[in-house]
Design a protein around this ligand. Structure first.
Ligand SMILES: [Zn+2]
Length: 346
């Protein structure tokens, strides 16, 4: 591996893992139990493995994100401990947990207030993510206008604190079997819904997590995601799960191009790579149900950086363009302090 860049930032990382304790509790430890229970499980700090991988692969910084009950506090602690290595995003985790425990019904207003409190600490320069807050166990399908009203509250908070938001485009096929995303967060499975948000909040950067490719081989969500990114200046695409070929169309588009692509992989999520030699794509990231939950730490960086390198070789991409994708755009979006000015093309 020889990929080099002035700055390498993975904008989508999870530094915590769940302590399922299936054995201790005498329950069967399959992925169904895990996805049902994980939002109330305890999590632990997985940063020793993360720091090891950062060192091995030359990753300078990570944007660490809570999701599935990973706590804001553990991430903030890491930011305090390693300010030059980590930036954290935040989510209203307490509002979600209260609702799951049956203590207080989830409301978007409570979620927005919790976000406001968290962002006021100045510890979450990464903004809001992963995903915009959603009801954790909604039973009724929300209409898009109803959901849009919830999202506007969160976008106002991002605007107030001048931070980006990130949310998924697409949905992984694996362990959670779709969970309740379509009920509570229709924007995830219809990237075009970002038109309203991006248009109403042109000053809030929106990172489309996974850039239309959240694992699996189907490119179904990609065209819609590209359409949003090409239309709105404030929309960015996260590319870490793209196989090499997938970089080509957005890079060639003058309204997208390298200035709107940011590398972020979902390191720490239990996503493995499936290889199928002789097929297209030859390999892709996914959660593979028959394999069960991986017990080891799947190595997504080795694969993802190899795809970036292959793309850069195939396209003979300029280093200035590659620098933007791997770190320069992230530096601008997350206000990363750099040792020099003008390291990256404006
Ligand atoms: Zn993630």
């Amino acid at each position: 591996m020889t990929i080099r860049a002035r700055l390498i930032v993975d904008t989508h990382v999870h530094s915590q893992r769940h302590a399922a304790k299936f054995k201790e509790r005498g329950v069967e430890g399959d992925y169904k139990t895990l996805s049902r229970e994980m939002r109330l499980m305890e999590t632990y700090d997985n940063s020793p493995r993360l720091l090891y991988d950062m060192e091995r692969y030359g990753i300078d910084m990570c944007v660490i994100q809570p999701e599935f009950a990973m706590t804001n506090e553990l991430n903030a602690e890491l930011v305090r401990k390693y300010p030059d290595k980590f930036i954290a995003t935040c989510l209203p985790v307490e509002t979600m947990k209260k609702s799951l425990r049956g203590e207080k019904e989830w409301t978007a207003e409570d979620a927005a207030q919790e976000l406001d409190r968290l962002l006021s600490t100045g510890l979450y320069k990464g903004g809001i993510g992963e995903g915009l807050p959603r009801h954790p166990n909604r039973k009724r399908m929300l209409s898009w206008p109803e959901r849009l009203d919830e999202l506007r509250l969160f976008m106002e908070i991002a605007r107030k604190h001048k931070v980006p938001v990130s949310y998924h485009t697409g949905a992984i096929t694996g362990y959670s079997s779709g969970s309740s995303r379509r009920l509570s967060a229709p924007e995830r499975t219809d990237p075009m819904l970002a038109f309203e948000l991006a248009g109403e909040f042109p000053d809030v950067p929106i990172i489309m997590a996974h850039g239309g490719m959240q694992g699996w081989w189907s490119e179904k969500f990609m065209d819609d995601t590209f359409q949003v990114a090409a239309t709105f200046d404030n929309v960015y695409l996260e590319t870490g799960l793209y196989w090499a070929k997938l970089y080509e169309r957005p890079l060639a588009d003058p309204n997208i191009g390298p200035k709107k692509l940011i590398w972020g992989t979902d390191w720490g999520a239990s996503i493995v790579v499936y290889s199928q030699r002789g097929q297209y794509p030859p390999s892709y990231a996914d959660q593979i149900k028959p394999w069960g939950i991986p017990k080891h730490q799947p190595d997504i960086w080795g694969w993802s950086l190899r795809q970036v390198e292959k793309m850069a070789m195939d396209l003979d991409l300029s280093q200035d363009d590659l620098n933007l994708i791997l770190g320069g755009n992230a530096a601008r979006l997350f206000n990363i302090e750099l040792p020099h000015r003008r390291l990256f093309r404006e």
